[in-house]
Design a protein around this ligand. Structure first.
Ligand SMILES: [Mn+2]
Length: 274
């Protein structure tokens, strides 16, 4: 029995010719998706419970918002990729919103890699980020360009923003540190950042780059982002709580709203800036 025989659309057809034809179409679509996003293979292995209300919501979103939908028999995936090459940096970012928290990030900035791992893990995003930059000068260009490419990839993954919750709000403690983050995937870039990080560096990482990372991310993703440090004295704790709260809030904002399938969460009817 060929593998397509288990697909619902073919169960009663019994046609070997039709089977082969559909098999070829699916393989062509899979090849295109893999070319589009290196995360595709791992994302395809994700299985969501068939009783979950999430599947029809995700399928409808992928069909309507420009994300990749490979075939009708597997849960669709929302993925985005951006490759950004300049004389200062070369960056390749892929994000899968419906992931499991896999992170494969190597930016040449160890502390930033540690923070990107927080975004993937707590956002349940699958994240692949490779960057090579002029870190012999300092980390500024690489930090900024990773964030710009991340924002563009994220904007592609959420497409026209239909069917999502749009807003996310989360506070995360890390020992004595406490950070509150609110996200609005409204299409308008805006950052309000209120934090006092007591040391100039964490490891080799310049703590001024934290605000610049989030500003760059807002600029390309079209996100309104409020970050408020409520407590904390340890720089590593404060920054890590910030990234964890951001990840959780972003996950809430990106989650499908089963009551809003195919509809943009705005009384204007439009949120996309692309
Ligand atoms: Mn840490």
């Amino acid at each position: 029995m060929c593998r397509e025989a288990s697909f619902p659309s073919l169960r009663n057809s019994g046609s070997a010719v039709e089977c082969k034809c559909i098999s070829r179409r699916i393989e062509e679509k899979q090849a295109r998706a893999a070319e589009f996003c290196p995360l595709y293979s791992s994302l395809r292995s994700i299985r969501v419970s068939s009783s979950s209300a999430t599947i029809p919501a995700l399928r409808s979103m992928a069909a309507s918002n420009g994300s990749v939908s490979v075939d009708d028999t597997a849960p669709p995936v929302r993925i985005g990729r951006e490759i950004r090459n300049t004389k200062e940096t070369k960056v390749d970012v892929s994000i899968g919103l419906d992931g499991t928290g896999n992170c494969d990030c190597d930016t040449g900035i160890p502390f930033l890699d540690h923070m990107l791992d927080q975004i993937a893990s707590h956002g349940l995003f699958d994240l692949s980020i490779k960057a090579v930059g002029d870190t012999h000068i300092d980390d500024h260009h690489t930090n900024e360009d990773v964030a710009l490419a991340f924002g563009t990839a994220l904007a592609r993954a959420i497409g026209n923003r239909s069917g999502i919750h749009r807003y996310g709000d989360f506070s995360v403690p890390l020992d004595e540190a406490l950070v509150h983050v609110v996200v609005d995937l409204c299409g308008r870039p805006c950052l309000r950042y209120t934090a006092t990080i007591p040391t100039q560096r964490v490891g080799q990482y310049d703590t001024q780059l934290v605000e610049h990372f989030f500003q760059s991310l807002c600029n390309t993703s079209g996100m309104t982002l409020h970050i408020r440090q409520l407590d904390g004295t340890n720089s590593h704790h404060i920054i890590e709580a910030m990234f964890k709260a951001f990840a959780r809030a972003l996950r809430q904002a990106c989650e499908p709203d089963p009551r809003r399938i195919g509809k943009v969460p705005s009384s204007k009817g439009v949120l996309s800036r692309m």
